[in-house]
Design a protein around this ligand. Structure first.
Ligand code: UD1
Length: 421
């Protein structure tokens, strides 16, 4: 297992380009199995989740290689075979393969997906949606087995605006005969990104970004398509929290400020100065952050659950008491115990944490338990007195493209040991 050794107390300063979005790249990659054409993806992040997704695609006959910074993908020889259990367990997004495989081949078999352990993460909404489109689904010995030979369009109301379920249903519906309407769909920017990609490979979808999505089935394929993955709003937010914690100023390029409105507002409350351009953002932070009265995670455009841990780290040193409520996942406070080891004052019960800011954290040996929690501990290390070791950097590498190097380019002092990247 790898670790980051962080020397705290270095101000950050400089300019950095934000990586391509993990949560946009994964469904787009899953969708490549739907096309026989040649596809080129730009700005695809080099992260462990993407490598795992490419391995799953390879098992399904989808060929891919990097040509400079372009990822070339061909679905010409794709086939529907059961997805390997080892890879499915590693990557929750393997569930995204069901919709695309059903739409092209009329059958799909997937092991129950894994991913970060941030609580019980059911897939009932995915399966209910696919069943409403006529898929015949059964579960056998840890596998989900789907027969989609009689699939058709339909009207689907999601009980909850799940990001993954919305995406899976969009992909399945794009190719089956008939039209589909999804209501109460998720509105995350990554959904719009998937819509744009599906349309570029021959789909006819509109409405993504709102809570009603219209999908014309029977997609006609195109021979070639090119697509640039959008900037990662969570990676951008993580860098902003790092600057807020360490103090200093940074310019982020290739960022979409519109996608992080809720975070910008909370960081301003903490005393940061933030100015936004069309695709750039500048953040300045000086001195101890102010308390943030209430942070409550919600579906987009509310405060993202994927930023909860990083802003939590910042609140541990705020001048005052912050309250953090996690509404999406029931087990997403696993960074609390680690932050307490660093001297944080936290009272947590169920989905609510009360964080009484201390003047300084102290370096300690802490363990990443999931992706965003790992980023939070790294941020905590930047602001702590002395040395911090963040163990289990494999979690961090799932979603961040060399986070240590990015932060070091801004003046942080992080050494990676036994890393795999
Ligand atoms: C996606 C993101 C993840 C983010 C999450 C919420 C990707 C690859 N991952 O995950 O980083 O944290 O959105 O913004 O895009 N639920 C059900 N049944 C289902 C599906 C979901 O009950 O079938 C529940 C989940 O347990 C959770 C909530 O819905 O409580 C939100 O989950 P969802 O929006 O589906 O998240 P993911 O797509 O898994």
């Amino acid at each position: 297992m790898g670790k980051f050794i962080i020397e705290g107390g270095h101000r950050l300063s400089g300019r950095v380009k934000v990586q391509g979005a993990k949560n946009a790249a994964l469904p787009v990659l899953a969708a490549t199995v739907m096309s026989r054409g040649e596809m080129t993806l730009f700005n695809c992040p080099e992260i462990r989740d993407v490598h795992n997704m490419l391995s799953i695609l390879r098992e399904l006959g989808v060929e891919s290689y990097y040509d400079g910074d372009a990822l070339k993908i061909s679905g010409r020889n794709a086939r529907s075979s059961p997805m390997p259990q080892r890879l499915s367990k590693e990557l929750r997004s393997s569930i995204f393969m069901l919709g695309p495989l059903l739409s092209r081949f009329g059958e799909a078999v997937c092991a129950y997906p894994g991913g970060c352990e941030i609580g019980h993460r059911p897939v009932d909404l995915h399966l209910k949606g696919l069943a409403a489109l006529g898929a015949d689904i059964r579960e056998e010995r840890g596998y989900i087995i789907c027969d989609g030979h009689n699939m058709h369009g339909g009207e689907i109301h999601l009980d909850y605006p799940s990001v993954g379920a919305t995406e899976n249903i969009m992909m399945a519906a794009a190719a089956v005969p008939g039209d589909t309407v999804i209501t109460n769909s998720a509105r995350e920017p990554e959904i719009e990104e998937l819509q744009n990609f599906l349309n570029s490979i021959g789909g006819d979808i509109r409405g993504a970004g709102t809570s009603t999505i219209y999908i014309k089935g029977g997609m006609e394929e195109v021979p070639a398509a090119a697509h640039r993955i959008m900037p990662d709003r969570i990676a951008a937010g993580t860098l902003m929290c790092a600057v807020a914690m360490a103090g200093g100023e940074a310019e982020l390029t290739d960022v979409c400020p519109e996608h992080i409105g809720s975070l910008i507002s909370k960081l301003r409350e903490a005393g940061c100065h933030i100015s936004c351009g069309r695709d750039t953002l500048e953040i300045r932070a000086k001195g101890r952050p102010k308390e943030i009265k209430l942070i409550e995670t919600l579906p987009y455009p509310g405060f993202p659950t994927d930023m909860q841990a990083q802003i939590f780290a910042l609140c541990t040193v705020a001048d005052g008491t912050s309250v953090i409520v996690e509404n999406l996942f029931e087990n997403r406070f696993r960074h609390c115990a680690e932050l307490i080891k660093m001297g944080a004052n936290i009272t947590q019960k169920d989905r609510t944490a009360i964080v009484r800011g201390v003047e300084k954290l102290s370096g300690a040996v802490v363990y990443a338990k999931d992706l965003r929690g790992g980023a939070a501990l790294t941020i905590a290390g930047l602001g702590a007195e002395g040395m911090t070791a963040v163990e289990n950097t494999e979690y961090i590498d799932r979603g961040y493209q060399r986070l240590d190097e990015t932060l070091n380019s801004l003046g942080a002092c992080i050494k990676r040991e036994d890393g795999t990247q």
